[in-house]
Design a protein around this ligand. Structure first.
Ligand SMILES: Cc1cc2nc3c(=O)[nH]c(=O)nc-3n(C[C@H](O)[C@H](O)[C@H](O)COP(=O)(O)OP(=O)(O)OC[C@H]3O[C@@H](n4cnc5c(N)ncnc54)[C@H](O)[C@@H]3O)c2cc1C
Length: 516
C-alpha cells in the first residue's frame, strides 16, 4: 500500500485561512472555473459531492464542436465562440481531442448543396482555428468513409470536420491541472450547507463521505457549478428561491465498432421528429444518440425510456446496414441537460445552450448551461465576475494558452493516449500487461494509477470515469468489478467487507446501463 493522498488534500482543504474562490461541483463548469481561478493565482478550493464528471460531464456525445444544429437555428455567435474554443482545446489538450470527419449522407438531390452551404459557413466561423474544410463527396467516397451507410438511393454527401474527445478523461485532466497549479480539490465531499454572515454567503459546510465528518470552509467568493443540481445549492441560501432550470435528458447507446467500421461519423441533420442524431466511433466502439426528453426531476442516475431507445435504433436503421438491434447494445447512458428555464410552454429543444451566470443578493455565483466545448470560456467569465464581486486583485486570464496536464502530440496507441505524458508512468506500475477483463482494453496498472494519482476512491470511480468500461461494455465491467475492488483495496488499505460492498454498489449502478 502507498500513502493515501486524500488525507493531505483534506488537511489542505480545511485550513482556517479563507479561500479566494470556493467552487462547488466538479463537472465541466466547476473544473473550468477552478482551473481558471488557480492559474490566475487565486487560492482555490473545489468540492465535488461524488466524483469528477459523475453528472452530465461523463455522459455527453463526446464532441468538441461548434454545434451545426445551433447554426441551423441562427445562433451564429454561440457557434463562433464554440468553434474558437474547439480550436483552443485541440491545442491545449491534443492527447484528448482528435479531428473527426462527419458524413451527412444525401439521399435527395438537393440535400448535398443545401447542407454544403451551411457547412461552408461553419468553416468560415472557425476562422484560423478551422480543422479540415468541409467538402462534397460522391457515393463511392461516402462509402469508403462509412462502409455501413445504407446504399439504396445514396447520392453522395457532405463531409465536415469537428473535434472528438473523452469527456470524463478531460475532467480528470482538469483536476490534475488544478492540482498542478496549486488548487486544492476533493471528491466524495458534498456541500451540505452554506455559511452566511450579515446576509452574505461567506463559505460552505461539507461532509467527508469517507468518514461522515463535517467541515466548514470560508471563501471570498462561492461559485455554485453543480449542473442540474444548482437549484439545490441556491435553496441552501434561500429556501423560497425560484428554480432556474428545466432539465431534459439525452440518451446514448453504445454498440460494437463493426456497425461503423470506417474512419468517419454519421450525422443525421434532421430526424423524423426534427432532432439531430450522431453515430460516432469512440474507443473502438460506436456511440449513437441522442434524445431530448423533458424530465420532471433530477437524478444522479437517470434512466432511458423504452421509446428513447426505440427512437435511436429506428433512426440508426434508416442510415446503417447492418443496423444494430437491442441485442447489440453494450451500454446505455443518460445525461441531464442543465437548460436554463424560459417562459412557460417553451419547448426544451429551443432553450438556450449558452451559459448563464447569476449572482444572488447574498453574493452566491451560480454558473450553469453551456456545453463541454465552451467550459474554458465559462470559467473565464465566471472568475471575472467572482473576482470583481469579491474585490480580488484583477488578474489576466491565462487559460487560452494553457497546456493541460499531460499534453503531448505524441501519438500513443489506442487507450493509452488519454494519459498523455503520464502514460509512461502508468506503464511502470504492476499489471501493465494484465487486462482487467478480456473484452476491455484496460490493465491492472491503470487501476493502481487511478488510485495513486487520479483520486479514484471507489470501483465506480475507476470503471466509469478513469477508465470508460461502464460505457463501452456494461456487462463486462460488472464482471471486472471484483478484480478492480481487490486492487483498490490493496492501494487504499481496505478490507474484504469493503470490497464486497464496493462490488455490490457498482453492480447496482452498472445494471442500469445494461439493456434488457
Ligand atoms: C446528452 C448530452 C450530450 C451532450 N453532448 C455534448 C457534446 O458532445 N459536446 C459538448 O460540448 N457538450 C455536450 N453536452 C453538454 C455538456 O455535457 C454539459 O453542458 C456539461 O457537462 C455540464 O457540466 P456541469 O459541470 O455544468 O454539470 P455536471 O457535469 O452535472 O457537474 C455538476 C457536478 O456537481 C456535483 N454536485 C452536485 N451537488 C453537489 C453538492 N451539493 N456539493 C458538491 N458537488 C455537487 C455533481 O456531483 C456533479 O459532478 C451534452 C449534454 C447532454 C445532456
Amino acid at each position: 500500500m502507498t500513502t493515501d493522498p486524500r488525507q493531505a488534500a483534506l488537511t489542505a482543504a480545511t485550513t482556517p485561512e479563507p479561500w479566494d474562490i470556493l467552487v462547488i461541483g466538479g463537472g465541466a463548469s466547476g473544473l473550468g472555473t477552478a482551473v481558471e481561478a488557480a492559474t490566475r493565482g487565486y487560492r482555490t478550493l473545489l468540492l465535488e459531492a461524488h466524483d469528477y464528471a459523475k453528472g452530465t460531464s461523463s455522459r455527453s456525445t463526446k464532441l468538441v464542436h461548434g454545434g451545426v444544429r445551433y447554426l441551423a437555428q441562427g445562433n451564429v455567435s454561440l457557434v463562433r465562440e464554440a468553434l474558437h474554443e474547439r480550436g483552443l482545446l485541440k491545442r491545449n489538450a491534443p492527447h484528448l481531442v482528435r479531428d473527426l470527419g462527419f458524413l451527412i449522407a444525401a439521399y435527395k438531390w438537393w440535400a448535398a448543396p443545401f447542407y454544403g452551404i451551411g457547412l461552408k459557413m461553419y468553416d468560415l466561423l472557425a476562422g484560423k482555428l478551422n480543422l479540415q474544410a468541409s467538402r462534397y463527396v460522391n457515393k463511392a467516397q461516402a462509402l469508403a468513409r462509412t462502409p455501413t451507410l445504407k446504399q439504396a438511393g445514396l447520392k453522395g454527401g457532405i463531409l465536415y470536420f469537428d473535434g472528438q474527445f473523452d469527456d470524463s478523461r478531460l475532467a480528470i485532466t482538469l483536476m490534475r491541472s488544478l492540482e498542478d497549479h496549486g488548487g486544492v480539490t476533493l471528491n466524495h465531499a458534498p456541500v451540505v450547507g452554506l455559511i452566511k454572515e450579515g446576509g452574505r454567503v461567506v463559505g460552505a459546510r461539507f461532509r467527508d463521505d469517507e468518514t461522515g465528518q463535517e467541515h466548514e470552509v470560508r471563501a471570498r467568493a462561492v461559485v455554485n457549478a453543480t449542473g442540474v443540481f444548482v437549484d439545490d445549492i441556491r435553496r441552501m441560501e434561500r429556501s423560497d428561491v425560484k428554480p432556474m432550470l428545466s432539465p431534459s435528458q439525452g440518451v446514448h447507446v453504445v454498440v460494437d465498432r463493426r456497425f461503423l467500421p470506417g474512419d468517419s461519423a454519421i450525422m443525421v441533420p434532421r430526424t423524423d421528429d426534427g432532432r439531430v442524431l450522431f453515430a460516432v466511433p469512440w474507443h473502438d466502439h460506436v456511440v449513437i444518440g441522442t434524445t431530448d426528453t423533458p424530465v420532471p426531476e433530477t437524478s444522479l442516475e437517470p434512466r432511458a425510456l423504452p421509446e428513447e431507445i426505440d427512437f435511436i435504433l429506428r433512426t440508426a436503421a434508416q442510415y446503417m446496414d447492418p443496423a444494430p438491434t437491442r441485442a447489440d447494445v453494450r451500454s446505455v447512458y443518460v445525461g441531464l441537460r442543465p437548460l436554463v428555464k424560459a417562459a412557460e410552454g417553451t419547448d426544451t429543444k429551443s432553450l438556450s445552450r449558452d451559459h448563464v451566470i447569476r449572482i444572488s443578493d447574498g453574493g452566491l455565483i451560480t454558473l450553469t448551461g453551456g456545453k463541454w466545448t465552451t467550459y474554458r470560456r465559462m470559467g473565464e467569465d465566471t472568475v471575472n465576475r467572482a473576482a470583481a464581486q469579491a474585490g480580488l486583485p484583477e488578474r489576466l486570464s491565462l487559460t487560452a494558452g494553457l497546456k493541460l496536464h499531460g499534453a503531448t502530440t505524441q501519438d500513443l496507441p489506442d487507450h493509452w493516449k488519454v494519459y498523455g505524458t503520464d502514460a509512461e508512468w502508468v506503464q511502470t506500475l504492476p499489471g501493465a500487461n494484465q487486462k482487467i477483463h478480456q473484452a476491455l482494453p484496460y490493465t491492472e496498472a491503470e487501476v493502481r494509477w487511478a488510485a495513486r494519482a487520479e483520486q479514484a476512491r471507489t470501483v465506480e470511480d475507476v470503471l466509469s470515469r478513469r477508465l470508460r468500461a461502464l460505457l463501452l461494455n456494461a456487462q463486462a465491467s460488472i464482471e471486472a468489478a471484483p478484480r478492480v475492488a481487490a486492487i483498490l483495496a490493496e492501494e487504499l488499505g481496505r478490507d474484504q467487507a469493503w470490497q464486497a460492498g464496493q462490488v455490490r454498489a457498482y453492480t447496482d449502478v452498472a445494471q442500469g446501463y445494461v439493456l434488457r
